[in-house]
Design a protein around this ligand. Structure first.
Ligand code: ADP
Ligand code: MG
Length: 402
């Protein structure tokens, strides 16, 4: 086993989809095009000679269950073609798509209908809503087609309408809704089928920036609640990084790199990827844990101000972080306050700065900037159990933005 094999195995624990050597050509002379490709002819030459477009060119990647996988690339790089192959709206010219290990091209037509009904649901940019139906009936549409009884489909649709924060709008006409609301309806309709995988082809691209941010947040919280697998297509690197647990960058029908946003930023595969990343807002990628530190002066409440003072002096810092016996963060003791305690002007407890803002390890740096700019001390970072885990300084935050 090579090192690369080990890496893939540890990173992808439970692939729900495996895309293997997928190729998609448009045009009649695909055989001739395939031969020319094997002879290493360029795509341009192949298009000229045969009229065949190689939209997707021998790509492989895995989609992990319960995660968001984003596909990003410029217009025409093959993203939509890939996603249309995943539910066999397009039949691949070559390669395999495995759903839970099973080759979807070997499904019978009945099984394929089941697969499209139960396992994958598509959300389009253009919403694809029925304008003569109200919100509820749009959301319930898929269930109706499946013959789900009325009361059951209304219940399910209402649950999903609530999930996307459209409660109260269920009997409104689609024509009365804003773009963002329509997209919520589109998502609710896809969710109502309770699919394992949501395929989303640039669903938010037509929305204005603020609505778009709302929808991104909405998608993340839905995903958190329902644990769906999402394949999300975008041409916006910030959106790709914000939403994706894993990101694949496409260029000319190929995947240049598949990685976590962080690893991609730290280790871009080539200059194309670096250029893409340079246009991204890094604060949207980095999390607190990437830049947190252990404070050099960490004191237990029972140890008192003199211990804190000694530590600050030997470490040459002007504040000490104070925790209780269970590592709960209590507050910060400044050097000045420590002197006041020693002079008997204040008790140790009264000298502490309490009620300071705290943050968590997976907070995005971008979300921390407003808090950090107001904060007198480096911000305490708490772990998942709410215990003190470290600090993040303003300087570290600024460094992360370079
Ligand atoms: N039905 C089709 N017939 C011919 N060419 C197509 C068809 N669909 C897509 N293409 C071509 O395949 C390439 C990839 O397109 P697409 O997958 O839509 O890219 P993206 O979604 O990244 O913008 C483009 O060159 C496009 O013109
Ligand atoms: Mg597209």
């Amino acid at each position: 086993m090579t090192q690369d094999d080990t890496k893939t195995m540890t990173e992808t624990k439970d692939p729900i989809l495996s895309i293997r050597n997928l190729t998609m050509m448009f045009g009649r002379k695909r055989q001739q095009a395939t031969q020319m490709r094997m002879d290493n002819k360029s795509k341009e030459e192949i298009l000229q000679k045969t009229g065949v477009t190689i939209a997707v060119d021998n790509i492989s990647f895995e989609v992990e269950r319960g995660k968001i996988h984003t596909l990003i690339g410029l217009s025409g790089s093959g993203k939509s073609t890939v996603v249309r192959c995943l539910n066999l709206l397009l039949t691949p010219t070559k390669g395999k798509i495995l759903f839970e290990g099973k080759d979807i091209q070997t499904l019978s037509s009945r099984q394929l209908r089941e697969y499209r009904r139960k396992n994958v649901s598509m959300v389009f940019q253009s919403f694809g809503l029925l304008s003569h139906r109200n919100v509820l009936d749009n959301v319930a549409y898929g269930l109706e087609v499946r013959g789900v009884p009325k009361s059951a489909r209304v219940d399910k649709a209402m649950e999903m309408i609530e999930m996307v924060n459209l409660k109260g709008w269920e009997s409104k006409s689609i024509n009365d809704l804003s773009g963002g609301m329509r997209q919520r309806v589109g998502i609710a309709r896809a969710l109502a089928n309770d699919p394992d995988i949501l395929l989303m082809d640039e669903p938010f691209s037509a929305l204005d920036p603020l609505v778009r941010q709302d929808m991104q947040f909405e998608l993340l919280s839905i995903q958190d609640k329902l644990n769906k697998t999402v394949v999300f297509i975008t041409h916006d690197i910030n959106e790709a990084f914000k939403l994706g647990n894993t990101v694949s960058i496409m260029r000319d029908g190929r995947i240049v790199q598949t990685d976590t946003p962080e690893d991609m930023v730290i280790n871009p595969a080539d200059e194309y990827v670096s250029n893409f990343i340079n246009s991204a807002d890094k604060a949207q990628v980095y999390q607190v844990k990437n830049f947190m530190q252990i404070p050099s002066s960490l004191v237990r409440l029972q140890e008192g101000a003199n211990v804190a003072l000694a530590m600050m002096r030997s470490n040459n810092v002007s504040s000490a972080y104070v925790v209780d016996n269970r590592m709960n963060f209590v507050g910060v003791l400044s050097l000045d306050a420590a002197f006041q305690v020693r002079a008997g002007e204040l008790t140790f407890k009264d000298a502490l700065f309490k009620d300071l803002p705290t943050t968590t390890q997976d907070t995005l740096i971008s979300d921390l900037i407003p808090i950090a700019s107001q904060s007198r001390f480096p911000i305490a970072v708490l772990n998942d159990e709410g215990k003190f885990a470290g600090i993040i300084s303003k300087a570290a935050i600024l460094t992360s933005l370079k």
